[in-house]
Design a binder for this molecule. Structure first.
Ligand SMILES: NC(=O)c1ccc[n+]([C@@H]2O[C@H](COP(=O)([O-])OP(=O)(O)OC[C@H]3O[C@@H](n4cnc5c(N)ncnc54)[C@H](OP(=O)(O)O)[C@@H]3O)[C@@H](O)[C@H]2O)c1
Length: 261
């Protein structure tokens, strides 16, 4: 049987790294993409040694507007076809929007929104032509409600869920599926890089582990689900806007984010 190929963005740490391990264990050829070349190469070596699979490390900055094209071109040049795209790379930010560094916020939107959508648009035509392919887009529980103090971030994740639901519908009957994985707080580098590690929401005791999140995402992806929220408590949270007035939910999410450890 032909070896399948998975492309994972944001593979150097956290949930992306857990996906890389999972796919390597299953015998996939694994393509790892993010900025940190050294970390990617080290992970590529480890996966090759442990699972005897072929790996490729591609350093790329997806917060730049040409990042998605460069990554796609690099794979095209080597005639590599992607069977599974894990559109995972993303960052967060914390604080009042009017006090944020504008450039950093725009880079976050480029990464979480534009590059994610751009990669889908670059890889989908070939998948549809071949009549097979799977895409996983990284959403969040914040895809379902507004989050003051993380305004652009939560809006970026709402975009991911909406995009995924629309495209999943468009793809019916093509053999290609797209799934949004919407985790709650997970134990990765995310909170440290978003400068949220002093907040209660980042309490290590309450975090899911990235391997569990990746496993749940993988199952949903392979069964062609449109979205999945890992964990019952997280799922309950995502139902809040259906049960309570939106303004009330927004007030509560702000209260939760403001709590310090
Ligand atoms: N952790 C959570 O609580 C949580 C909850 C819901 C959703 N998520 C989502 O899960 C995804 C993965 O995050 P994580 O929790 O695993 O955090 P993480 O450990 O910080 O991983 C983020 C990954 O994205 C990569 N990345 C960051 N900036 C990049 C850029 N400009 N270009 C290319 N790659 C870049 C990082 O690698 P380099 O530094 O090497 O570039 C890293 O591999 C994100 O989309 C995040 O929004 C996380």
């Amino acid at each position: 049987m032909k070896t399948k190929t998975v492309l994972i963005t944001g593979a150097s740490s956290g949930i992306g790294k857990a996906f890389a391990e999972l796919f390597a264990k299953l015998g996939y050829r694994v393509i790892l993409a993010s900025r940190n070349e050294e970390k990617l190469k080290e992970l590529a070596r480890q996966l090759q040694n442990h699972y005897n699979v072929s790996t490729i490390a591609i350093p790329v900055d997806l917060a730049q507007s040409n990042g998605a094209v460069l990554l796609h071109e690099r794979l095209n040049d080597q005639d590599i076809k992607i069977d599974v795209l894990i559109n995972n790379a993303g960052i967060g930010s914390f604080g009042l929007l009017h006090e944020q560094d504008v450039r950093s916020e725009l880079e976050m939107l480029q990464l979480n929104v534009q590059s994610l959508s751009h990669l889908m648009m670059l890889f989908l035509p070939d998948m549809v032509k071949r009549g097979s392919g799977r895409i996983l887009n990284m959403g969040s529980t914040t895809s379902f409600y507004a989050c003051p103090l993380s305004a652009n971030y939560s809006a970026s994740k709402a975009f991911v869920l909406s995009l995924t639901e629309s495209v999943a519908n468009e793809l019916q009957g093509t053999g290609v599926t797209v799934t949004a994985l919407c985790p709650g707080a997970t134990g990765t580098e995310f909170f440290r890089s978003a400068k949220m590690d002093g907040q209660k929401v980042a309490d290590p005791k309450a975090l899911m582990n990235p391997e569990t999140v990746a496993k749940i995402g993988y199952k949903a992806l392979m069964s062609g689900k449109t979205y999945v929220v890992p964990g019952f408590q997280n799922w309950l949270l995502t139902q809040a806007p259906r049960l309570f007035p939106r303004r009330f939910v927004t007030k509560i999410t702000r209260g939760v984010l403001e709590q310090k450890l």
